[in-house]
Design a protein around this ligand. Structure first.
Ligand code: HEC
Ligand code: HEC
Length: 273
């Protein structure tokens, strides 16, 4: 099974179980995810009391990061976490949060240090959200970490040895990142993407921007053509991901060749650390 039919099979599986099957040999060298055979139900009931309220708050923030009163001050664009981590991080193959908490703390080569799940979330504020890093232990940070930990119930703790990725991180496409054909990507973008994301990349209505001042900055994971291509291959066009690996890479190369905010670490650290 390829990644896509795996995902489709997972969607169809009964009882709301997400079945992520390790297809030995068929899976290219993972960007990070150690693909593990797991069938873990997505939790449906919030924990009782204050804990449940905090988990629900975290879910709310993930869904409305750029407008929520607690988080919007830390966001510098028109994105929410769920713009990329689809369905608030519950969609397999779309940067899912399922199980992610089980992989941390872990070492990250980018920051050259051991980071916690909180740190991982806060780094997405600096880069993907082109904003400022909320302080560790702030209400925003605790709520998002509580939400992702709730989505990880039932996963055995296994600190990742392959960087900051959970057990359901999508394996990277097995394709040479430098082979993206920008002119071809432009044509494909026009036919497969522009009706939702705009021919100027600024997004249309509720559809989010993919370049320009309101998009992710050039220090974000998505600014890597390979990571963006892997994402597009698994998720876009939304609801009908039909791109070939090469289509996805060509479109990614085109999208990432367009203007977007520049990432300068010092401007994004906030008061956290
Ligand atoms: C523009 C798209 C985008 C947005 C918006 C975004 N992320 Fe991410 N996120 C990514 C990408 C891409 C990765 C994988 C990064 C990599 O491969 O380096 C990632 C990885 C992560 C991971 C690690 C997942 C794992 O498997 O361990 C967490 C946790 C995370 N993001 C949290 C968040 C939170 C919380 C927000 C909102 C505050 C957010 N992200 C917003 C693109 C995004
Ligand atoms: C039918 C409309 C639709 C089409 C067509 C579509 N997308 Fe999307 N895309 C979305 C929506 C909606 C989201 C955000 C999901 C959410 O907020 O729940 C999204 C999210 C994204 C994201 C992550 C968030 C961001 O804005 O950076 C990227 C990147 C992206 N799409 C690129 C593409 C590319 C490239 C194509 C063409 C191959 C494409 N999309 C086709 C609707 C669409």
């Amino acid at each position: 099974m390829d990644a896509n039919s795996m995902i489709k099979a997972a969607r169809k599986s009964a009882f709301g179980l997400v079945l992520i099957v390790a297809a030995a040999g068929a899976v290219p060298a993972a960007a990070g995810g150690e693909v593990r055979a797991l069938a873990v139900p997505i939790p449906s009931e919030l924990p009782p009391g204050e804990l449940g309220k905090t988990v629900a708050l975290g879910r709310d923030i993930v869904n409305h990061t750029n407008t929520h009163p607690l988080s919007r001050q830390y966001v510098g664009n028109n994105l929410a976490c769920t713009s990329c981590h689809l369905d608030a991080g519950t969609k397999p193959g779309a940067l899912s949060f399922l199980g992610a908490a089980s992989a941390y703390p872990t070492y990250t080569p980018r920051e050259k240090q051991v980071i916690t799940l909180e740190d991982r979330n806060l780094n997405c504020f600096m880069r993907s959200m082109n904003g400022r890093r909320p302080p560790n232990g702030s209400a925003v940070s605790v709520a998002i970490a509580a939400y992702i930990t709730w989505l990880s119930e039932g996963y055995p703790v296994k600190m990742s040895l392959k960087g900051p990725f959970g057990p359901n991180a999508s394996p990277s496409l097995n394709i040479d990142e430098d082979d993206g054909d920008v002119p071809r990507g432009k044509t494909l973008y026009g036919s497969a993407c522009a009706n939702c994301h705009g021919s100027d990349g600024a997004g249309v209505g509720k559809f989010p921007p993919v370049w320009g001042s309101q998009s992710y900055n050039d220090g974000a994971g998505m600014a890597s053509d390979l990571k963006l291509a892997t994402y597009l291959r698994n998720t876009m066009p939304l609801g009908d991901p039909i791109l070939s690996d090469q289509d996805a890479l060509d479109i990614a190369a085109y999208v990432n060749a367009q203007p977007r905010p520049r990432f300068v670490l010092q401007e994004h650290l906030g008061s956290g650390k």
